[in-house]
Design a protein around this ligand. Structure first.
Ligand code: GTP
Ligand code: MG
Length: 466
């Protein structure tokens, strides 16, 4: 059950710019009262109250408290009458001087005149509910705001333009045609065209499946662009994990010292490596916890190692492999590992073949966190490992959102099952039910078929004012 479905027929308002010192600040108002409120508080620079504010015009003037006649700030206001606006409703944007006080005072005035404070993402939610954007495009708006790299920005912009939606619509048409043909077979079985009909359904299903699989094939790359890959530094104490974290972050984030066991709690930071967003985790090197704090640290480190997209297994060039290294390697069996031999500035005791004896297939990169030698090579090796040698073509349609990926996987499962039913000559009603489920999975992505809880979930991650 949804606790809190926002109304649609009232007027909402919010500060749409980031809070804090800045050149300008914007208060955004949307709904039936938006223009009426603007008329009450805005005095145009021509001196008289502007009663008729025209759509898609910008006016210069002042915001005044109509009760006290106090001037609050000099502003530009933009009028956009619905449906030609972001929300399809009447929208007014008041651009005042930046900083908190002016925008806050304007917002308070607007609220006092009958608007209500918007919930996070409520402007975009209205744009969706009024048919201005579908759900994929609404989510793309959020991704653009939160983009961490140029490439993720580019992919989200394509999604906002509706390119992914168009592709999903093509898949939907295939499925719908398969469904309609199937229904015809169910309802007019006497026509004697069953074989031909089944073939047509089959061929439509194949088309849909191929289109979905093409999208899914690149989805891992897309997801990495949006959410970032998880990179976990591990290795025994003192090999220089925290030093490497600092080098990759280009700032001294973690404490580094010659004392073994310096890092106790795991440290997580976001960074970009060669244009790919990463979540980098520095773990505790200790293997045998001496107290409950260390016990917790070891537990957390292990959880991170297990969920890593890539583990940077770190050694020191000045030390041979010892039992503890072997324990770590055993724990990491089956993980995606890149071997890093740090401290290459010191005389090298650890040889590549010492490592290859245990990890014959894994790439080894020698670096020095102290002198930064080899760091570029390390960054390229990380990039290659994550992209598996492929470049991400940000001009193509990419799935980036886990919600979309899961729904498409779901749809393809129903399609494959339907194909099997068809091959085994099972009752057409079964197949028909399956196709309805496949269509529903697809419609959850674009929001054609979506419940209020899911909407709450999506829009609550937006900022207020968007
Ligand atoms: N010569 C040399 N010393 C390094 C290098 N990288 C790190 N060190 C030193 O090695 C020591 C340990 O570094 P840390 O980064 O704290 O090692 P760690 O692996 O995070 O250790 P724990 O947190 O205890 O698990 C410090 O004294 C660093 O200055 C390097 O490339 N060359
Ligand atoms: Mg450390």
């Amino acid at each position: 059950m949804t606790k809190n479905i926002p109304q649609m027929d009232d007027t909402i308002a919010a500060i749409a710019t980031a809070i804090g010192p800045g050149g300008i600040g914007i208060v955004r108002i949307s709904g039936p009262l938006a223009i009426k409120i603007a008329c009450k508080i805005f005095i145009s620079s021509r001196g008289k109250k502007s009663v008729r504010l025209q759509s898609h015009r910008v006016y210069h003037g002042h915001i005044c408290n109509s009760d006290t006649n106090d001037v609050i700030d000099e502003v530009l206001i933009t009028i956009m009458r619905g449906p030609k606006s972001y929300t399809c409703e009447d929208v007014v944007e008041i651009s005042s001087h930046g900083g908190l006080m002016a925008v806050k005072a304007i917002l308070e005035l607007v609220i006092a005149l009958g608007a209500r404070l918007a919930q996070p993402g409520e402007f975009t939610r209205r744009a969706f509910l009024n048919g201005r954007l579908d759900l994929v495009q609404a989510e793309a708006v959020l991704d653009i705001i939160q983009a961490k790299t140029q490439s993720s920005l580019r992919v989200s912009t394509h999604q906002l333009k509706g390119e992914l939606t168009l592709q999903l619509e093509k898949i939907r048409t295939d499925l719908l045609e398969a469904y309609i043909r199937l229904e015809a077979l169910v309802n007019f079985p006497e026509d004697g065209i069953e074989d031909r009909g089944r073939n047509e359904v089959s061929s439509r299903l194949l088309d849909a499946k191929m289109k979905i699989n093409t999208l899914l094939a690149e989805s891992n790359q897309g997801r990495l662009l949006r959410e970032g890959a998880k990179l976990v530094l591990c290795g025994r104490p003192n090999v220089g994990k925290s030093s490497l974290l600092n080098v990759l972050l280009k700032q001294p984030r973690a404490i580094v010292s010659e004392v073994a066991g310096t890092t106790r709690d795991t440290i997580e930071e976001s960074a970009q490596i060669n244009g790919i967003p990463f979540q980098i985790v520095d773990t505790a090197g200790i293997l045998e916890p001496r107290d409950i704090i260390e016990e917790e640290a070891v537990k957390r480190s292990r959880l991170h190692m297990q969920s890593a997209d890539l583990v940077l297994l770190t050694f020191s060039a000045s030390e041979r492999i010892v039992k503890d290294d072997m324990k770590i390697m055993k724990f990491l069996e089956g993980q995606n590992i890149l071997v890093v031999i740090n401290k290459s500035d010191l005389p090298s005791i650890l040889l590549d073949q010492d490592i290859k004896a245990f990890l014959p297939q894994h790439k080894i990169v020698r670096v020095s966190a102290a002198t930064r030698a080899g760091i570029n090579e390390l960054e390229s090796a990380i990039e290659q490992n994550i992209l598996k040698g492929r470049t991400v073509d940000t001009t193509q349609i990419l799935l980036t959102n886990t919600r979309h990926i899961e729904a498409l996987k779901n749809a393809v499962e129903f399609i494959i099952e339907s194909e099997q039913f068809l091959q085994n000559n099972l009752s057409l009603e079964f197949i028909s039910e399956n196709l309805k489920d496949a269509l529903a999975a697809l419609d959850r992505i674009t929001g054609r078929d979506v419940d209020a809880d899911l909407l709450d979930n999506i829009f609550s991650t937006f900022c207020i004012g968007k």
